[in-house]
Design a binder for this molecule. Sequence first.
Ligand SMILES: C[S@@+](CC[C@H](N)C(=O)[O-])C[C@H]1O[C@@H](n2cnc3c(N)ncnc32)[C@H](O)[C@@H]1O
Length: 259
Amino acid sequence: MENILDWDWFIKKFEVLSKIDLKAYKRPQMERRINSFMRSVSVSDYKSFVDLLNNDKIVYRRFLDHITINVSEFFRNANHWEVLEKEIIPMLLKERNSLKVWSAGCSTGEEPYSLAILFQENGYPLSGSILATDLDDEVLEKAGAGLYSNKAVQGLSPEQLKKYFESQGSYYRAKDELKKIIRFQKHDLLKDPFPRDYDLILCRNVVIYFTEPSKFRLYERFATALRIGGVIFIGSTEQIFQARELNFKSIATFFYQKY
Ligand SMILES: C[S@@+](CC[C@H](N)C(=O)[O-])C[C@H]1O[C@@H](n2cnc3c(N)ncnc32)[C@H](O)[C@@H]1O
């Protein structure tokens, strides 16, 4: 396959179709994932692949799942959530009566539901609802439905499951009291305007395939979305390399505060 010309052509066509700008993602990783997907549907050139994506909604959906990697968990990396619960939120509440919270790249909702549980269990006050965003309509729909399999709820304690979910066959559905404190919204972190004055932003396991310049621009925009003193909580394989340039200081592993 001739990759150089084809690749540029493909990402333009793909952006028309999906609004996703693949230029902002690391090319080798994306190319590998895309080529492996193309092999799995027995297509060997980008032109035929774009035709297929345009004509077959199921393949298109499977492809989006393949490249955006929507995997999530309740209280993913539980020890970091403990730091959030015991240290970060109490520190933020010393300065504000209630907190504005955003889960950016929330996938199927496990992260914002974990936040909602944590705030409810501790009686921590929220300012408005938890904003939970993703660029993918389908994961947002799943998140809004709040329906999870037995396996998906493993990160929850039996007490949490009983209190905040109702069982439906072998599934569990988030109760309305949890749902009503989360506002799910479509938002592309690379394109859409950012909200302001947040106290706490979670952006975890989203930037893995972003290029270094797009990561930098993203953290720059998170810095504008946080109030001074606000905190960003990132994924367990991530680090903000130019933290000082962005007026972020590391206050615990995976937590940076804007100063
Ligand atoms: C691996 S999931 C992370 C879910 C959750 N934050 C966690 O850590 O469990 C990554 C999510 O980032 C979303 N994503 C990727 N690029 C994005 C972008 N440009 N804007 C918004 N969301 C994006 C994907 O759609 C996917 O749902």
